[in-house]
Write a protein that binds this ligand. Structure first.
Ligand SMILES: [Zn+2]
Length: 295
C-alpha cells in the first residue's frame, strides 16, 4: 500500500522514490484475480524499451491492450490497473530514465513507476530459465515470482543493496571519483553489500579498501531505488578514525578530503577548480547535504 510518510522522510524526495501504486500483494498471487485485472477496461500498459519509455507532455504514455506477458505494477488512485511490458522495437518519443530523473519534469510517482517497471522487466528478461535445473520457468503472482514446473523451485525478483557513505572527519568530508565519471565530479564512496555482511560492515570495508580510511560510528540517512538495473542505495554518514588516504587506483581515480566551505561551493557550482557533486535527484547529493549541515 502507499505509505503516509509525507515529505519529511529524506528518502521521499529522491529520484525514483515516492511510488503511489497499490501493489496489491495480498491479491496478485491469485491467477484469477490477475487475469480479471488484465481484462479490466481500466487496465493500462506502460511499454518500456530497455530503460526508455514514451513520455508525452511530461506524462507517462499508456496503451490500453494488456498482453499475457505484461507484469502487474499496481492500482493507481483512480482505479486504473497498471501493467508494464517490454517493447520489441525502439519507441517513438522515448526518453531514458536517467535524464528524466535529472530533468525533474515528470511527477515523482511516475518516475517511481518507471523505475519499478524497469527493474522488474529487466529481471524477467534474464531469468527465463531455472537457475536450479535449467528448465524454462513460468511467470506467477503478476510477475513477482517465476516458477519452475520441472523442479518446482520458485525464483523472486532481486534487489541488490549498495552501501553509499559520506565519511567525515571534523569539518572535512571524504569524496572520491571514478575515471569514467564526468570531469570534476566527486561523490560518496559506494559498494555492493556482500553475503554475510551488515550494511555497516560493508560500508566500512568499501571505504577502507578504496581510500585506506577506517570508519567508526555510522548513521543511516536515506535510501533510494536505483533501477540500473535493480539496486537499492542505502545512504550513510560515517565518522573517520584516521585521515591519511591511500587510494585504490583500480577502483578510484582520486579520493580526497573536502572542507565544508569547499563542499558548499561545489553545491553552488562555484568551486574554483570547477569540481562538482551529483545532481539533487541522487542520494549522494542528499547524504552530502545532510553531512555538511550537521553540527
Ligand atoms: Zn527448475
Amino acid at each position: 500500500m502507499p505509505n503516509d510518510a509525507g515529505a519529511i522522510e529524506p528518502s521521499r524526495i529522491l529520484g525514483f522514490s515516492g511510488g503511489s501504486l497499490d501493489r496489491a500483494a495480498a491479491f496478485r498471487h491469485d491467477a484469477n484475480w490477475i487475469a480479471a485485472r488484465r481484462a479490466d477496461p481500466k487496465a493500462r500498459l506502460l511499454r518500456l524499451n530497455g530503460d526508455k519509455a514514451r513520455i508525452i507532455a511530461n506524462q507517462l504514455h499508456f496503451e490500453e491492450a494488456v498482453d499475457a506477458e505484461a507484469v502487474f505494477l499496481g492500482l493507481d488512485v483512480e482505479g486504473n490497473v497498471i501493467f508494464a511490458g517490454e517493447a520489441a522495437l525502439p519507441l517513438e518519443d522515448a526518453r531514458d530514465l536517467r535524464s528524466l530523473a535529472i530533468e525533474g519534469q515528470l511527477a515523482a510517482q511516475d518516475l517511481a513507476t518507471l523505475a519499478q517497471a524497469r527493474s522488474l522487466l529487466h529481471w524477467h528478461q534474464r531469468h527465463r530459465f531455472c537457475a536450479n535445473c535449467g528448465h524454462e520457468t513460468e511467470m506467477k503472482d503478476g510477475g513477482y515470482r517465476r516458477h519452475c514446473p520441472h523442479c518446482t523451485a520458485d525464483h523472486f525478483p532481486r534487489t541488490d543493496p549498495v552501501a553509499i557513505i559520506v565519511v567525515r572527519s571534523g569539518d572535512n568530508f571524504l569524496l572520491g571519483r571514478q575515471a569514467s565519471w564526468a570531469p570534476g565530479r566527486y561523490s560518496a564512496l559506494a559498494g555492493f553489500i556482500e553475503p554475510g555482511e551488515t550494511i555497516e560492515e560493508a560500508a566500512r570495508r568499501e571505504v577502507l579498501e578504496e581510500s585506506g580510511i577506517r570508519v567508526g560510528p555510522i548513521t543511516y540517512v536515506a535510501s533510494q531505488p536505483w533501477p540500473y538495473p535493480s539496486s537499492l542505495m542505502i545512504g550513510l554518514i560515517g565518522e573517520a578514525l584516521n585521515q591519511d588516504i591511500v587510494i585504490d587506483k583500480t577502483e578510484l581515480e582520486d579520493a580526497r578530503w573536502f572542507s565544508r566551505a569547499e563542499v558548499r561551493l561545489m553545491f553552488d557550482e562555484r568551486h574554483p577548480q570547477g569540481l562538482g557533486v551529483p545532481p539533487p535527484m541522487a542520494i549522494a547529493h542528499k547524504i552530502l547535504e545532510t553531512a555538511v549541515t550537521w553540527p
